[in-house]
Every structure is written in C-alpha cells, then in structure tokens.
Ligand binder design. Structure first.
Ligand SMILES: NC(=O)c1ccc[n+]([C@@H]2O[C@H](COP(=O)([O-])OP(=O)(O)OC[C@H]3O[C@@H](n4cnc5c(N)ncnc54)[C@H](OP(=O)(O)O)[C@@H]3O)[C@@H](O)[C@H]2O)c1
Length: 342
C-alpha cells in the first residue's frame, strides 16, 4: 500500500521532508479496525512531529491524525463496527497515522462518520472536534444548555483565543450550539474575524491589542471560562487579569513557562487538554472518544455543527501534504486544510 512519511526531522522546504513509499498492508487484531482511508486533514501536531521527532533508525514515520474511511477488515475483539462502515477518527500519536491507504485504529476512538458530509469535509473535524469537546465538557465542565446546572448558573462569557484556527472553529460552534455562554473569540484579520463570526462567535476581539479594554467595551457577562488555544505564554498574564474570580482556564498548546502563581489570588483553576491522552494511556474511559465522535456526527447531520474545511489541497500526495504543512506552519491557517484520495 502507498504511504507518505519522513525519515529525518527537518524544515518542510527540504525536498524529502515528506516522501511517498510502499508498506505492507497491516492485519487487524484485537479491537483494531483496518480502515481504507478516503480523506485526511493536517493539524499542527503533524508539523511539530515532522520537525522535531526522529523516527527509529531506518524507519519512515507516517503522520496524519484525522481520517475518514471505510472499514476494510476487523480484529477478533471488535464489537462496534463491521466491514463496509464509513468511519471517522483522529487516531493515536504512538501509532502510524492516516497518510497511508490503509490504517489500523482501535475501535474505541472511532465513530460513524456524518452521513451528510463528503469525506474531505468530514475529515476536517475529528482531531479538533475531540479536542474542543474534551476541553469544554471534560476539563472546563461547562454546563450543557438545558441542564439543571445551566439553569442555576449565572450568565458567563467564554473567551476563545485563536477562534478562527482549526480548534477554535469547532469549539466556537460547540459553545454556541450546546451551551448558554456568551462566546468572545479572538481574531486579528478581516478574514479571520469574518470566519470566527460565521462559526458563531457573538463578538470578536483582536489578540494583538490589549484584551481587557476590548472585552469591557462589549458589556458581556464576566469571563468565567477561557479556552487558550494558541500563544498562551503571550496572553496569560492579561487574561488572568480580566478573568472573573473562581474562573476556569484551559490550554492546549505548548507554551513557554507560564507563572501559575498568578492564578492564586482569584482561585482560578488550570486545565490541560491533550486529545491523545486517552489513547496513549489506554484509559478505562477511552471509549468516551467513540461516544463523542458519534454525538459530533449527529450534530453535523442535524446542522448544529458544520465542516471547518476551508482549503481543499487535492489528492493525498507528498507534494500536496508539503503545501498543507507549509500553510499550517505559517500560523495564518483559517479552519482546516483537507486532502482526499490516493
Ligand atoms: N492539546 C491538544 O489536544 C491539541 C489539539 C489540537 C491542537 N493543539 C495545539 O493547539 C494549537 C492551536 O491549534 P489550531 O489547529 O487551532 O491552530 P491554527 O489553526 O494554526 O491556528 C491559527 C489561528 O491562530 C491565530 N493566531 C495567530 N497568532 C495569534 C496570537 N498571537 N494570539 C492568538 N491567536 C493567534 C490566527 O488568527 P489571526 O490570523 O486572526 O491572527 C489563526 O486563526 C497548536 O499549538 C496545536 O498544536 C493541541
């Protein structure tokens, strides 16, 4: 089968930064599905691993942490899916990725793909959708609209830093569609302001200007929740300053050291989200990712959540993936970049 990977870490401009090669088709065992991949998307994790992590000597590492495909074969312990099912998933950081014609993935982190989206449009959503969902509901524990807790809760604002990026685009939609929070997203360019607004942000503020004065001018409820999706070290101190006492701050990026002592005076809690944690440690609740992908697909099919695909870069080739990595590394991505077909 055809696969795309890299042998040595390095800049994307190097001609062999990603290469096409042949691999034997793997055989599923246990709870693994063998999926024939139809479409993928590119995330910052692809570029971080490619730049920094050397594969074992003589090996070619396959990246790709978003896929839509068709179940081709199943291991003996599989109970949730059967051959022919159309599925979506992000996969695991410690296993070969989705940039290959066939991929093994544990059924507990896989869901049925939405019926109403083309594979390329659906491939934009799994990794960022899992991240946004876990951040909002597992880490920050934001009450779902209509719940008894939401009825009791005082009006509150969620600040989303990096609202037009891959994660922000779906997080804003989930917060708007499933919670009562006022959603303020940060975006700095006309096209990202327009995109974040289209995704459902009630307001946007510019992350290159002081945030507190901009948020005060909006007259929104206190900022009790923060989703800091990028550049956390740059914004941390001013965000703590503008947050409500006893608020909750979540982050997902890889910041330079931040001074968590700033949180003490307001008793603000700090929450990390890493969407690979459940699969990496095979946690007992790993199947929560299957459940949330199923719910996300339902939300897509009932048009509460839309695809965040913004750019379609053609077929899954080394050259097209190089272009997609370069866009992702520019820091100016809007929504997601997707590729389909080998
Ligand atoms: N922990 C996890 O599970 C997890 C999962 C997914 C991603 N991540 C990490 O989360 C980060 C964001 O991922 P992503 O896919 O959403 O990124 P992305 O799509 O590359 O984000 C691009 C956005 O960042 C905004 N941005 C640029 N400079 C900024 C600044 N100084 N302050 C605030 N925003 C700024 C841009 O807005 P403007 O163009 O308007 O400036 C742009 O819309 C990455 O570090 C990624 O590795 C972690």
């Amino acid at each position: 089968m055809k696969a795309i990977g890299y042998r040595e870490p390095g800049p994307i401009e190097r001609p062999d930064s990603l290469i096409e090669f042949e691999l034997p088709q793997p055989v599923p065992q246990g709870r693994d599905l063998l999926v024939q991949v139809q479409a993928v998307s590119v995330n910052p994790v692809d570029t971080k691993v490619r730049r920094n992590a050397a594969p074992a000597a003589g090996e070619t590492r396959v990246l790709g942490f978003d896929a839509v495909g068709v179940v081709h074969a199943v291991g003996g312990g599989v109970s949730l899916f059967e051959p022919g099912d159309v599925v979506w998933y992000a996969g695991a950081i410690d296993r070969p990725g989705s940039n290959s014609e066939f991929q093994l993935v544990d059924e507990r982190i896989v869901g049925y793909a939405p019926r109403t989206l083309a594979p390329a449009d659906a491939a934009a959503l799994p990794l960022t959708g899992i991240t946004a969902w876990e951040l909002l509901f597992d880490r920050l524990q934001v009450p779902r609209a209509g719940s008894a807790e939401a009825e009791r809760a005082e009006p509150a604002t969620l600040l989303v830093v990096g609202a037009a990026g891959g994660v922000g685009s779906v997080l804003v939609q989930l917060a708007r569609g499933l919670t009562d929070l006022v959603v303020v997203g940060t975006a700095s360019r006309p096209e990202t302001i327009a995109w974040a607004t289209e995704m459902g942000a009630h307001h946007t503020v510019d992350h290159h200007q002081p945030l507190q004065a901009q948020i005060e001018a909006l007259g929104v409820p206190p900022v009790r929740y923060v989703a800091s999706l990028t550049q956390t070290d740059r914004h941390f101190a001013q965000i703590v300053e503008l947050m409500a006492p006893q608020g909750r701050f979540a982050l997902i990026d890889d910041p330079e050291p931040i001074d968590v002592r700033l949180l003490k005076r307001k008793s603000i809690s700090l929450h990390w989200e890493l969407m690979f944690t459940r699969s990496l440690f095979q946690t007992s609740d790993m199947i929560a990712q299957h459940d949330l992908l199923e719910e996300l697909a339902r939300l897509v099919d009932e048009e509460t959540v839309r695809s965040t695909a913004r750019a379609h870069y053609g077929r899954i080739t080394a050259a097209n993936l190089q272009r997609a990595h370069a866009l992702q590394e520019s820091g100016a991505a809007i929504g997601k970049t997707v590729l389909a077909g080998f």
